[in-house]
Design a protein around this ligand. Structure first.
Ligand code: URA
Length: 208
């Protein structure tokens, strides 16, 4: 596995335990997801390139910094929505695009049903958000759509990754850096991650 980073933090480990617990109710699930997303945003944003600027304090002028590139967050509908605010809290001037993908039940490949992103993706750092990296099929499809619309620098942020998902991204999009709170064991025969946390969308929105 390459370009794969597990974000190791005691608070992530504690909150991931809350997410995994089958008895956790949606309200508590959402707040733990939010906090982990916040810490992932802190780690991923270490890659951000700054531009020097000048700032005038009440006393004199000095050096300051601003982001060189626009940050674009792109949650994959629906579960990715639960990660957006955690990222926006740390990078409030981000723009937010959305990708809706569903699986073609015959080919098992993702098909796009909704796509709305800001213009000039080629000049932006794009952070794709999806809590579960399982087979990697929809993540890889989402990255392909972003690239087709010009994106050049893409990060992928997830909460739980399975080895098969990481391998799929590595082989389809070797330059994409993947950040995850955890690397889990495997997928079951329905494509759920083990031990995992169940269906992230259902648990976030209480649609179980
Ligand atoms: N999507 C989920 O929500 N959970 C899994 O375990 C796999 C994919």
């Amino acid at each position: 596995m390459k370009n794969f980073y597990i974000v190791d933090h005691p608070l992530i480990k504690k909150d991931l335990t809350i997410l995994r617990d089958k008895n956790t109710q949606p309200e508590i699930f959402r707040s733990a997801l939010h906090r982990i997303s916040n810490l992932l945003a802190a780690e991923i944003s270490k890659n951000i390139i700054l531009e020097q600027t000048e700032v005038e304090t009440p006393l004199e002028k000095t050096i300051g910094y601003k982001l060189k590139k626009q940050i674009v967050l792109v949650p994959v509908l629906r579960a990715g929505l639960g990660m957006v605010n955690g990222f926006l809290e740390l990078i409030p001037d981000s723009k937010v695009g959305h990708i809706g993908l569903q699986r073609n039940e015959e080919t098992l490949e993702p098909i796009e049903y909704y796509f709305k992103t800001p213009s000039e993706l080629e000049k932006s750092d794009v952070i794709l958000l999806d809590p579960m990296l399982a087979t990697g099929g929809s993540a890889s499809g989402a990255i392909t759509y972003l690239k087709n619309r010009g994106a050049q620098t893409i990060y992928f942020a997830c909460i739980v990754a399975a080895p098969s998902g990481v391998q799929r991204i590595n082989s389809d999009h070797p330059e994409v850096k993947i950040y995850s709170a955890s690397l889990d064991r495997e997928l079951n025969n329905k494509g759920y991650i083990l031990p995992g946390l169940g269906d992230a969308g259902d648990r976030t929105f209480g649609t179980l």
